[in-house]
Design a protein around this ligand. Structure first.
Ligand SMILES: [Zn+2]
Length: 334
């Protein structure tokens, strides 16, 4: 009797604990943190990118120390603006370098989030050969493995999925990649950020996620600014999709004031995200080429929004509260 009791009690406790919903959390390149502590976040930026193509991409093509030295001041600059989290959106086969991201995060104290998934846009130039031959289930399993075991033996885990497609309609391979994303979401709870050529592509992506049982809330529509029809922002955001306007640049400020005014007028600020899609050390160019910094949002756009009558709470909603929701790890079923 005693031994039976000793066996059943811990098992009972294990069952209770595993049934309890885990508090929302974020996976960074150094650790797991509560979603509530994500702080001011840039949801779409880049550190290093290599456009050579999936066949030839390799970390041997650049000197990691040189990239580190080049990028460090741009990340340190973010501390003036209280940025705590930086989402690095460079996918595998386009220069994703998670060891470098981890080193930069440790040096600066800024959380960096990396990704799993494949980039099907640019006419599929950045897809490895197996992406054309494997099934959605097999591709999903590769991404699930990175989530479970870490990336390339580093133990560093992805905190979201980054996929992509050109303008709609999607190709068969791009559709398969979206299905793989849905399958991997249901196993990992990673959000699915999709570079989308236009609103029609984003709509088709959403349909594929819904067909496969994933809620709109797990989907981040990346590069929403590519869409000219603002009604599409409303259509997607009102269903629960995250609408990311991510090319804030010194020369695009008024366009972004327009996006934010539209979202506010439609009571959809709670679904909007803002970022620069900036950086990056461009492998193959001398010294990495021209590097665009990550501060136009804080130095120009946000002051403009305050002038437009936005409250600090509304701004915090977009730059702090929304990212905590959008990048939380948790399965969101339809
Ligand atoms: Zn990008």
């Amino acid at each position: 009797m005693k031994s039976r009791h000793a066996f059943t009690t811990p098992l009972f406790l294990v069952l209770i604990l595993s049934c309890r919903e885990k508090a929302p959390h974020i996976i960074t390149v150094t650790s797991e943190i509560p979603a509530s502590s994500i702080g001011i976040t840039l949801p779409h930026e880049h550190i290093v990118v290599d456009f050579i193509g999936a066949d030839s991409v390799s970390p041997d093509r650049y000197d990691s120390d040189s990239v580190f030295i080049r990028v460090l001041p741009f990340l340190n600059e973010l501390k003036k603006h209280q940025v705590q989290t930086f989402v690095e959106c460079t996918p595998n086969y386009l220069g994703r370098d998670v060891r470098l991201l981890q080193r930069l995060s440790k040096e600066t104290g800024i959380n960096i989030i990396t990704n799993t998934g494949y980039y099907g846009a640019a006419h599929e130039k950045y897809l490895p050969q197996h992406a054309f031959t494997e099934s959605a289930e097999e591709l999903a399993q590769r991404w699930i493995d990175e989530f479970n075991n870490g990336i390339n033996g580093t133990g560093i885990k992805p905190g979201f999925m980054k996929l992509s497609a050109d303008t709609g309609p999607l190709t068969e391979t791009q559709r398969k990649i979206m299905k793989a994303g849905a399958l991997a979401h249901l196993k990992t709870g990673l959000s699915i950020a999709v570079h989308s050529g236009d609103g029609n592509a984003a709509k088709e992506e959403l349909e594929i996620f819904l067909e496969n049982g994933v809620a709109p809330d797990a989907f981040i529509w990346v590069h929403a600014q590519n869409e000219k029809n603002f009604e599409m922002f409303k259509e997607m955001a009102s269903q629960g999709v995250w609408v990311e306007f991510d090319y804030v640049h010194t020369e695009t400020i008024e366009q972004y004031v327009g996006f934010m005014n539209y979202m506010k007028a439609n009571n959809l600020l709670h679904r909007a995200l803002l970022s620069h899609d900036a950086g990056w050390y461009n492998v193959g160019e001398a010294g990495g080429g021209g590097f665009r910094g990550f501060t136009a949002l804080f130095e120009i756009l946000l002051p403009r929004l305050l002038e437009e009558g936005f409250t600090q709470n509304e701004i915090d909603q977009v730059i702090k509260i929304n990212p905590a929701q959008a990048f939380r790890v948790g399965v969101r079923k339809r």
